[in-house]
Design a protein around this ligand. Structure first.
Ligand code: AG3
Length: 280
């Protein structure tokens, strides 16, 4: 049988992939979760029908949500991930030797459980055996409210601003993140597609700028997300991701990154005009 999955990116356009098997389909308290096998992208996780990760291109997203902040901050010891229940971000964070503790705060325990079961290459560091990793199944907002002045880096590895992630794009949340960070802390959040989501970006970056002194957007190419042109927001109290970037330190990293590198770090912050306009 010929089975295809389509995520619609607008009313008239979408991405479609040939599916060979449904590995899991179920509903949690928060959302609908599917894990399917595809012919070209390997296993793929969908939340409420939206592509979250595929085995083939997740390295791009997870390199880019983690390494720019961790190579800008001179010594990130304590890192928090909000969302990111597949574990891909935590896997990249613990490759940094200076990180003493990486905490995952995911609202939906089903995402963690099913990632451990079906996406082991992503979930390798959240299986409960990693000495520098802690897991919390909790609402990110509630968690940071109780952990002020605590983190060097906070990563918001969320879904689109619909469903459980809506609050993660609002000013009140960014204020909580600001105070949960130490005095020189950095936050990075996935910030949607500059091509399709200009309105979301406008309000998101406006909200960030009312809270953080340094706010920049950077980009990555992610083939399975809407338009393939994706972005991240870099919000910081002290360090600028380009001016304060130590290129040598990034070049000397002792682990392999298939997307991120010290030149791309700088290049990713250079934006096409229309993307700049979204956030100006
Ligand atoms: N976060 C999902 C980004 C949003 C994708 N949006 C979409 N397909 N419409 C991914 C989490 C990976 N750890």
């Amino acid at each position: 049988m010929d089975l295809w999955y389509t995520e619609k990116h607008s009313d008239n356009v979408g991405i479609t992939m040939k599916v060979t098997k449904t590995l899991f389909s179920g509903v949690s308290e928060f959302q609908q979760l599917e894990i399917v096998d595809t012919l070209e992208y390997g296993r793929m996780m969908l939340l409420d029908g939206l592509v979250m990760v595929t085995e083939r291109d997740e390295f791009i997203y997870h390199d880019m949500i983690t390494h720019p902040a961790l190579f800008t901050h001179p010594q990130a010891k304590k890192v928090l991930v909000i969302g990111g229940g597949d574990g891909g971000s935590i896997r990249e964070i613990v490759r940094h030797p200076e990180v003493e503790l990486a905490i995952l705060c995911e609202i939906d325990g089903l995402v963690i459980d099913k990632s451990l079961e079906f996406l082991p290459t992503m979930a390798s560091a959240i299986d409960g055996h990693h000495p520098r990793v802690k897991l919390h199944v909790d609402d990110g907002l509630a968690y940071i409210r109780e952990h002020q002045d605590a983190f060097d880096v906070i990563l918001v590895d969320s879904t689109d601003p619909i469903g459980p992630a809506v609050g993660l794009f609002e000013e009140d949340f960014y204020r909580l993140v600001f105070s949960a960070l130490k005095e020189d802390g950095i936050m990075v959040a996935q910030s949607e597609s500059p091509f399709y989501h200009a309105d979301i970006q406008k309000s998101m970056y406006q909200n960030l700028r009312t809270v953080f002194p340094i706010v920049e957007m950077y980009q990555a190419f992610i083939p399975t997300y809407p338009s393939g042109f994706w972005s991240f927001a870099f919000a910081s109290k002290k360090y600028h991701p380009v001016k304060d970037f130590d290129r040598d330190r990034a070049a000397k990293r002792d682990f392999y990154t298939r997307y991120y590198n010290e030149d791309l770090h700088l290049g990713a912050f250079m934006l096409p005009t229309f993307a700049r306009e979204n956030i100006s």
